[in-house]
Design a protein around this ligand. Structure first.
Ligand code: F6R
Length: 368
C-alpha cells in the first residue's frame, strides 16, 4: 500500500501532483465559472462578509498564511490567520459578517474544533477546509470545502498541505467571482495557471536527487529558513518538517526580519535555506532577498537557495541552488515547499529515524 515507496511520507510527497489536480477537479461549470457545490453558504451571505479569520494548527495554519496573501490580493477582504488554540482564549472580534475558515486535514483536531464552536457561538459563519470525510469539524461547520488529497498516513503533513493551499486558492477566486472583485477572464487566467501546477510539482519531485544528496551529508545541529511574502510561510513549514522528522533545531524567519535579530545566529558553516521570490514578481522583493543571501554568506553561512529556473542572479551567492519551474508568485508555495519536504524526509531517513511515526507526535491531536 506504500506503492513501491519505502515510507508513506515518501509516497505522499510523490502523490502531491495528484492531490492538487484532484482538489481542482470538477470545480467549474460548462461556462468555466467556479462552482463550489459543497459550500452551502448563500452567495448573498458571502457578499456581506467584511473579514475572514483563518483558524488552524501547525502545517494547516501555514496553509492559512499563504491564503491570506492570495485572498487579500484577489478579494480585498481583510484576512487574519490565527492558531486555533490562541483564537479561542482571546476575546476575538467576530460578528455575523465574519467568515471563519477552519483548515484541517483530519477534521478532528480538538483545538480547531473548539475554536469552530467558539466562532459559531459568536454568530460567525464557519467554512471548513477538510481532507477527511465523515469527520467532526465539517459536521459542525456551516459549509465545507473538501480537499482531495486522499488518506494521509504519515504523521507529518505533506500532500494535505498542498491540497489545503489549493483549496484556499479556489475559495479566494470564488469569493472574487461572487463579489465581483475580478473579471471572469481574470479568474479563468488564474485557474489556467493553477491547472498547470501539478505538472510543475512533478518537475520539482523529479529533481529531488540533488536535495537528497545534500540532506544525506548534513551534520548540522541547526538549520535556518528564510522567506518573504508567500515564501515566509514556506520557510516556517520547512523548519517545522525538519523539527518533526529529524529532531533538528530549525527556525523559519521572514527575510526582512533578519537584521532585526536573527542574523546574530549566523556563524561559519550555518546552513540557511532561502526561498527566493520570482524575479518576475511585481514587487522588488527578489533583489532584497538576494541582498539577504549576500549578507548571510558574508558571515559564513552555507546558503541553500530555492530559486526559479533561469534566475541567474542567485548563482554567485548560493552554495547550492534548487530549481523550481516558473510560476505566478501567489501560487509558488506549491513548488518551493517540495524541496524542503524532501530534504527533511531524506535527512531523517539517513539518520535511521522513523519518518512516518516521529516520536511524541500523533496524526490527529484530539486532546487540547
Ligand atoms: C505537521 C502536522 C501538524 C498538523 C496539525 C493540524 O506536519 O501534521 O502540524 O498540521 O496538527 O492537524 P489537522 O490538519 O489534522 O487539523
Amino acid at each position: 500500500e506504500k506503492g513501491g515507496f519505502k515510507t508513506f511520507m515518501d509516497k505522499e510527497i510523490h502523490d502531491q501532483p495528484q492531490a492538487v489536480a484532484d482538489t481542482l477537479l470538477g470545480r467549474t461549470d460548462a461556462a468555466g465559472r467556479l462552482q463550489l457545490d459543497e459550500l452551502r453558504i448563500d452567495e448573498s451571505v458571502l457578499r456581506t462578509i467584511d473579514k475572514i479569520v483563518v483558524i488552524a494548527c501547525g502545517t494547516a495554519a501555514y496553509a492559512g498564511h499563504v491564503a491570506k496573501y492570495a485572498i487579500e490580493h484577489w478579494c480585498r477582504i481583510p484576512v487574519e490567520v490565527e492558531l486555533a488554540h490562541e483564537f479561542r482564549y482571546r476575546d476575538p472580534v467576530v460578528t455575523e459578517k465574519t467568515l471563519v475558515v477552519a483548515i484541517t486535514q483530519s477534521g478532528e483536531t480538538m483545538d480547531t474544533l473548539m475554536a469552530v464552536r467558539h466562532a459559531r457561538e459568536q454568530g460567525a459563519k464557519v467554512l471548513s477546509i477538510v481532507n477527511t470525510h465523515g469527520s467532526t469539524i465539517p459536521r459542525e461547520s456551516d459549509a465545507v470545502l473538501y480537499t482531495h488529497a486522499g488518506p494521509e498516513i504519515a504523521v507529518a503533513s505533506t500532500k494535505a498541505f498542498l491540497a489545503q493551499i489549493t483549496a484556499t486558492y479556489l475559495l479566494g477566486l470564488y469569493l472574487a467571482q461572487v463579489r465581483g472583485n475580478k473579471f471572469p477572464d481574470e479568474i479563468a487566467e488564474v485557474l489556467t495557471d493553477l491547472r498547470a501546477m501539478p505538472a510543475k510539482i512533478q518537475t520539482v519531485i523529479d529533481r529531488g536527487d540533488r536535495v537528497r544528496m545534500i540532506a544525506r551529508w548534513m551534520d548540522s545541529k541547526s538549520v535556518l529558513f528564510l522567506g518573504r511574502h508567500v515564501g515566509f510561510p514556506v520557510a516556517l513549514e520547512g523548519a517545522l518538517k525538519l523539527k518533526e522528522l529529524a529532531y533538528i533545531h530549525a527556525e523559519g524567519f521572514a527575510a526582512g526580519e533578519l537584521k532585526h535579530g536573527p542574523i546574530a545566529l549566523v556563524e561559519a558553516g550555518q546552513p540557511v535555506f532561502v526561498i527566493v521570490p520570482s524575479p518576475r514578481g511585481r514587487h522588488s522583493l527578489h533583489s532584497k532577498v538576494i541582498s539577504n543571501i549576500q549578507e548571510i554568506r558574508a558571515r559564513g553561512a552555507r546558503t541553500l537557495v530555492i530559486a526559479e529556473d533561469g534566475d541567474d542572479a542567485v548563482t554567485p551567492y548560493a552554495d547550492e541552488v534548487f530549481r523550481v519551474p516558473e510560476a505566478p508568485t501567489l501560487l509558488s508555495p506549491l513548488l518551493s515547499v517540495v524541496p524542503l519536504q524532501i530534504f527533511a524526509c531524506e535527512l531523517a531517513t539517513a539518520r535511521g529515524l522513523d519518518v512516518d511515526q516521529p516520536r511524541n507526535l500523533a496524526k490527529s491531536v484530539t486532546v487540547e
